[in-house]
Design a protein around this ligand. Structure first.
Ligand code: C2E
Ligand code: MG
Ligand code: MG
Length: 683
C-alpha cells in the first residue's frame, strides 16, 4: 500500500548515494513525470545519472547546499531546474536529509523532489512586474511618494528628491520629517490637504508653494489619496508631485500682459471694471465719494499723424508717467486705449478736493515735454463723474465721465468738466443727429445752393460756390454749420462730399452746355475727404463722368488740413493742379494764416474769411491789415477773394484797394438751384 501511495505521488521519492553521480538506489515512479526518465534508467546510473539531469549551471549549487546539510546533519531544501528528457527544463524543489552510519559517515540521501514550475512562473512574472513598476517609479518625471498620516515620507522617488532639491530619495526621507512645517510655505496647506482628502477621498491639482532644500520657493501641484489596510484603517497617503513653477510664472506673466497696457505699463480696460467696482464698494462702506475721471489728450491725433507713431508713443508714455506721478498712491490710472485714460480717485470728501487735484494735474501736464528734440505742450480734456451722485455702477459712472469729457472738449479743451444730467440730453441729440444724417444719405435729402462771386473790375459774375443744405422730410431746411462738424467726426462727410462734388460738377457742365460760358463752380472739401488716399483719382473720375472741363472746378480747402502732414498735403495739391483743377484756400485768416508757407502751396485763390471783412468798419487798423493781406496775396500771384461782403462800405473799400473778387449777401445770398439757373442764363 505504501508503495502504491508513493508511486502515485506526482513528485519523486528517492534514495541515493552521496557520490559524484548522486547514484540512485531507489526512485519512485513520479520520476517519469518529472524527468522523462523511468526509475530503471536512473537507478545505478543505468542510462543517465541524476547529476546529469540537474541543469548544468545549478549542479555546483545543489552540491554545496547538500554538503552544508550533511555538515550540520540537518534537512536541506533547495530549488533548481532539471533538464527533462524531452529537452525543456522544469523547476523543482527538493527536500531531503542525509543518512549516517554508526561511524558518522554519510551513507545516503533520502528525500522528495516535486515540480514547482507553476509557482516559479508566477514568481517570475511578479519579479518582472515589480521591475517594471520600479523602473517607472525610479525614472518618472513626476515625484511619487507615500507619506505617513502625521507627515513623514515613507517612500519618495528620485524625481521627488530632485523637485525638492535633495540629492537622493534617502536624503529627502531622512531630512523631511515634518511635512507641514518644513515643506509648505503656508503650513495651513497641510491641513487643507488632509481635510480635502478626508472629504473628497483625494486631492487633485492641489497647488502650493513649498520650500526646497536650499530654502528657495517653488510651486507644486499634488494629486494624492489615502490608502487603507484590509481592516479599512487609513495607513498612509500616496500620490504624485509636479513642479509647476514655470507654468505659474508664465500664468502670472500672461495675466499681467492681459491686464496691462504694453506701451505704458498701466493697467488696461480689463482691470478697470474690477477696480471700479472695488472702489465703489469701498466708498459705499465708508460713506465717501469716488471720482471717475475720463482723460483725453487734445489734438493727439494730429501729433501722431504728423510726427510719426514713434513720437506719438513716446508722448503717451511721458503723459502716462506724468499722470501717474501727479496722483496719489491710492488712485488708479488706467489706459483705456489710444489717448484715453481713466483715473479713479477714491476717498474724496468734496468736489473741491477733486477740483484741486485736477487743476494741479492739468497745470503739470501742460508744461512742455521734449521728445526727439521737439517741444510738445500737451493739454487734455477731462470729464468727471462722482459716485454716488452720478451713478452707482461702473458702466454708468464711466459713461457719464465720458459725456463730461465730451463737454470739456467742446468747452475749448485743456479743462475739466463735471457731469450734469442735462449733458445726456445734449449727447442724445448728437447721437440722434448722427443717426438722421446716416439716413439722409440713403434718402437723398441733401441739396446744393449756389452763391455767386463777382469780379470787382468787370462787375461780372465770375463763379459760384456750392453750399450744401439738408432738407429732412417735413422739417425746416438745415444749414451746414449744424451738421458738417458731426459728419466730419463720424466720417460720413466722405460720402456726403462725394455727392456734393458730383452734383456741383454736373451743374457746372449743364451751365456750360446751356450758356456756352465756363462758369467755375467752387466745392468745399473737408479734411477727411481731402485726406483720402485716392482723392485725386476720385476728382478725375467725377470730371470724366460729368464731362466737365477741369478748370471749371474749384476746390476750396481750409488751412487746418495742412497741419497734419504738410508734405503729403502739398503733393496732393500738386497732383490736383496737374489735372487742371483750380485750388482755393478758404477761410484765410482763421487758422495759421502764415504767408511764409503760402508760397509753397500751388494754389490759385485766397478767400479771406468774412471775419476780416466784418471788422472793417470798426477800426482803421483792420483796413490796413486787410489791405496788406490783399497786396501780399496778389504779389504771390493769387486771386484774392473777399468773403461775406455785406455793406456798400465794405464793397467800396475792397474795390479801392484792388481786391479781385467778392462774395457776400451784399450781392447775393446762396441761391436755390432754379434761381441760380435763371441768374446764369441772364448774365
Ligand atoms: P464757407 O466755405 O466759408 O462758405 C461761406 C459761408 O459764408 C456760407 O455759409 C455762406 O452762406 C456764408 N456767407 C456768404 N456770404 C455771407 C455774408 O455776406 N454774410 C454772412 N454772415 N455769411 C455769408 P454756409 O452755407 O452756412 O456754409 C458754412 C460753411 O459750411 C462753409 O463755409 C463751409 O465751410 C461749410 N460747407 C458748406 N457746404 C459744404 C460742403 O458741401 N462741403 C463741406 N465740406 N463743407 C461745406
Ligand atoms: Mg467755402
Ligand atoms: Mg469761407
Amino acid at each position: 500500500m505504501l508503495n502504491k501511495v508513493i508511486d502515485n505521488l506526482k513528485g519523486m521519492v528517492y534514495c541515493n548515494i552521496y557520490d559524484e553521480y548522486w547514484t540512485m538506489l531507489y526512485v519512485s515512479n513520479g520520476c517519469i513525470g518529472l524527468t522523462g526518465y523511468s526509475p530503471e534508467h536512473l537507478i545505478n546510473n543505468q542510462t543517465i545519472s541524476f547529476q546529469q539531469v540537474i541543469v548544468e549551471e545549478y549542479r555546483a549549487y545543489v552540491r554545496d547546499e547538500i554538503a552544508k546539510a550533511v555538515a550540520h546533519n540537518s534537512w536541506f531544501e533547495i530549488e533548481y531546474p532539471l533538464q527533462h528528457a524531452k529537452g525543456h527544463t522544469i523547476w523543482v524543489s527538493e527536500r531531503g536529509y542525509p543518512i549516517f552510519d554508526e561511524f558518522g559517515q554519510v551513507q545516503a540521501l533520502e528525500g522528495y523532489i516535486q515540480d514547482i514550475s507553476d509557482r516559479k512562473n508566477v514568481e517570475d512574472s511578479l519579479k518582472k512586474a515589480e521591475a517594471r513598476y520600479r523602473s517607472i517609479f525610479e525614472n518618472a518625471i513626476e515625484g511619487i511618494f507615500q507619506s505617513t498620516l502625521d507627515g513623514q515620507y515613507l517612500v519618495a522617488n528620485p524625481a521627488l528628491a530632485g523637485i525638492y532639491g535633495y540629492a537622493s530619495s534617502e536624503e529627502l526621507i531622512h531630512a523631511l520629517n515634518n511635512i507641514q512645517h518644513q515643506l509648505y510655505v503656508l503650513p495651513t496647506r497641510r491641513e487643507e490637504f488632509v481635510n480635502e482628502i478626508a472629504t473628497k477621498g483625494k486631492v487633485q491639482n492641489f497647488q502650493s508653494q513649498i520650500y526646497r532644500k536650499d530654502k528657495s520657493i517653488i510651486w507644486i501641484s499634488e494629486n494624492a489619496r489615502l490608502v487603507y489596510d484590509k481592516d479599512n484603517q487609513p495607513i498612509y497617503y500616496e500620490g504624485t508631485v509636479e513642479d509647476i513653477t514655470e507654468l505659474k510664472n508664465h500664468a502670472v506673466e500672461i495675466e499681467y500682459q492681459a491686464t496691462h497696457d504694453h506701451l505704458t505699463g498701466l493697467p488696461n480696460r480689463y482691470i478697470l471694471n474690477d477696480r471700479l467696482q472695488q472702489s465703489i464698494n469701498f466708498a459705499h462702506r465708508y460713506q465717501s465719494m469716488l471720482a471717475v475721471v475720463f482723460v483725453d489728450l487734445d489734438q493727439f491725433k494730429i501729433i501722431n499723424d504728423s510726427m510719426g507713431h514713434s513720437v506719438g508713443d513716446q508722448l503717451l508714455v511721458a503723459v502716462s508717467q506724468l499722470i501717474s506721478s501727479n496722483v496719489r498712491e491710492i488712485d488708479t490710472v488706467v489706459r483705456l486705449g489710444g489717448d484715453e485714460f481713466v483715473i479713479l480717485i477714491p476717498n474724496v470728501h468734496s468736489k473741491d478736493d477733486i477740483e484741486l487735484s485736477l487743476s494741479r494735474l492739468l497745470h503739470n501736464l501742460s508744461k512742455p515735454l521734449t521728445i526727439n528734440n521737439f517741444n510738445f505742450s500737451v493739454t487734455c480734456s477731462m470729464g468727471i463723474s462722482v459716485y454716488p451722485n452720478d451713478g452707482d455702477d461702473p458702466d454708468t459712472l464711466l459713461k457719464n465721465a465720458d459725456s463730461a469729457m465730451f463737454k470739456a472738449k467742446h468747452a475749448g479743451r485743456n479743462n475739466f468738466q463735471f457731469f450734469t444730467p442735462e449733458l445726456n440730453d445734449i449727447l442724445t441729440d448728437r447721437f440722434n443727429l448722427e443717426y438722421k444724417l446716416r439716413r439722409a444719405i440713403e434718402r437723398d435729402e441733401f441739396l446744393l445752393h449756389y452763391q455767386p462771386k463777382y469780379n470787382l473790375t468787370t462787375g461780372q459774375i465770375s463763379g459760384a460756390e456750392a453750399l450744401i443744405r439738408w432738407q429732412p422730410e417735413g422739417e425746416v431746411l438745415i444749414q451746414p454749420l449744424t451738421f458738417i462738424q458731426i459728419a466730419e467726426e463720424t466720417g460720413l462727410i466722405v460720402k456726403i462730399g462725394q455727392w456734393v462734388l458730383e452734383t456741383a460738377c454736373r451743374k457746372a457742365k449743364q451751365i456750360h452746355d446751356k450758356t456756352g460760358t465756363h462758369l467755375p463752380i467752387a466745392v468745399n472739401v473737408s479734411p477727411k475727404q481731402f485726406r483720402q488716399p485716392n482723392f485725386v483719382e476720385i476728382v478725375q473720375q467725377v470730371l470724366k463722368e460729368t464731362g466737365l472741363t477741369p478748370s471749371s472746378l474749384e476746390l476750396e480747402i481750409t488751412e487746418n488740413i495742412m497741419i497734419e502732414d504738410t508734405p503729403k498735403f502739398i503733393e496732393t495739391l500738386q497732383q490736383l493742379k496737374q489735372i487742371g483743377v483750380k485750388l482755393s484756400l478758404d477761410d484765410f485768416g482763421t487758422g495759421y494764416s502764415s504767408f511764409s508757407y503760402l508760397k509753397d502751396f500751388p494754389i490759385d485763390q485766397l478767400k479771406i474769411d468774412r471775419g476780416f471783412i466784418n471788422a472793417l468798419e470798426q477800426d482803421n487798423a483792420n483796413m490796413a491789415i486787410l489791405k496788406a493781406i490783399i497786396f501780399l496775396g496778389q504779389s504771390l500771384g493769387l486771386c484774392v477773394v473777399a468773403e461775406g461782403v455785406e455793406t456798400q462800405f465794405q464793397y467800396d473799400f475792397l474795390k479801392s484797394v484792388g481786391c479781385d473778387e467778392v462774395q457776400g449777401f451784399f450781392f447775393s445770398k446762396p441761391l436755390p438751384e432754379h434761381t441760380f439757373d435763371v441768374l446764369t442764363l441772364q448774365s
